[in-house]
Design a protein around this ligand. Structure first.
Ligand code: ASP
Length: 301
């Protein structure tokens, strides 16, 4: 694989191969096995222009398990504060012979732009409201691990659909893998023609979307991307769109709950539900390391 820019560009066979390989890494991590060290002597650069806890830490853990050296750069600690452009910064890092550059950026398309100009492999760790491919891969991995399959599974993705790169990447990947995807959110947070573009059913109320769902995925309200008055108040929002234990009764008995993190407890997801046995939140985080190891290993450069 040359780059991982988005699920849109990833064919289904490659996605399945990454999930298979991630299973190997997941098992190795659980049994404390030594990693194969396939990236020994290589450099992985992490360029994060937006905040991150899980994504950055798990890429780093994955790279280190594979024996790579990791360089972490954020705008405040780099020459970006002195006016250096993204491309110049990236070119300089490439000159240090990096194996891969893991980029998170507030602008949709930033990783695609770098991929057009650099030889090093680019991994999209979240670009604006566009895509977050490794999140979708780790979510698919988690669902498959728990339910034994993805095809035919009904997944309701709920919340701020407009600003969510997680919603886009998940709708694409789960769709490619044969799941029945539904999305639900307030009308102001549902992009026009999302249903046709992503092949999913769209609901402006939670209840019909959650009916019979095997998995309910709550999304964070993307406050940093909300402009104008798209939401009355978080209290009103959580009253109509918060995922609670009571609402989970609409889903299939034993339905699972997911959230990519960070959680706004009591807003999009009830705190007690986030900690309940049916919550996969920490399994998603664990899967992140295995999936990202599979991705870093699959890159050509
Ligand atoms: N961590 C995920 C992302 O970066 C989800 C979120 O921030 O709401 O897209």
């Amino acid at each position: 694989m040359r780059h991982l820019l988005g699920i849109e560009e990833l064919d289904t066979d490659k996605a399945l191969a990454l999930l298979e390989r991630a299973e190997f890494h997941g098992k190795a991590a659980r049994t404390g096995e030594i990693s194969p060290g396939s990236l020994r002597g290589k450099i992985v650069v992490q360029l994060f222009f937006e905040a991150s806890t899980r994504t950055r830490a798990s890429f780093e853990a994955a790279a280190k398990r594979l024996g790579a050296d990791v360089i972490n750069l954020s705008p405040s600690s780099s020459s970006v504060t002195k006016g250096e452009t993204l491309l110049d910064t990236a070119r300089n890092l490439e000159a240090m012979k990096s194996h891969a550059m893991v980029l998170r950026h507030p602008t949709s398309g930033a990783p695609h732009f770098l991929a057009r100009h650099l030889r090093t492999s680019i991994v999209n760790a979240g670009d604006g409201t566009h895509e977050h491919p490794t999140q979708a891969l780790l979510d698919a991995f988690t669902i498959r691990q728990r339910l034994g399959r993805i095809a035919g599974v009904r997944v309701a993705i709920c919340g701020d659909i407009s600003h969510s790169r997680v919603a886009r990447s998940n709708a694409l990947l789960l769709g490619k893998l044969g799941a029945e995807v539904r999305v639900a959110g307030p009308r102001t947070l549902l992009p026009p023609r999302f249903g046709e573009a992503f092949g999913v059913r769209v609901f402006d109320r939670l209840e019909p979307a959650m009916e019979g769902a095997d998995v309910v995925m709550a999304l964070r309200i993307q406050r940093e991307r909300l402009v104008g008055s798209l939401l009355p108040s978080t209290r009103d929002y959580s009253r109509s769109f918060g995922i609670t234990r009571a609402r989970m009764r609409l889903a299939k008995p034993g339905a699972l709950v997911m959230h990519p993190g960070p959680i706004n407890r009591g807003v999009e997801l009830e705190g007690a539900l986030a900690d309940a046995p049916e919550s996969l939140v920490l399994e998603q985080v664990e899967a992140g390391v295995a999936v990202r190891a599979a991705v870093l290993e699959a890159l050509e450069s």
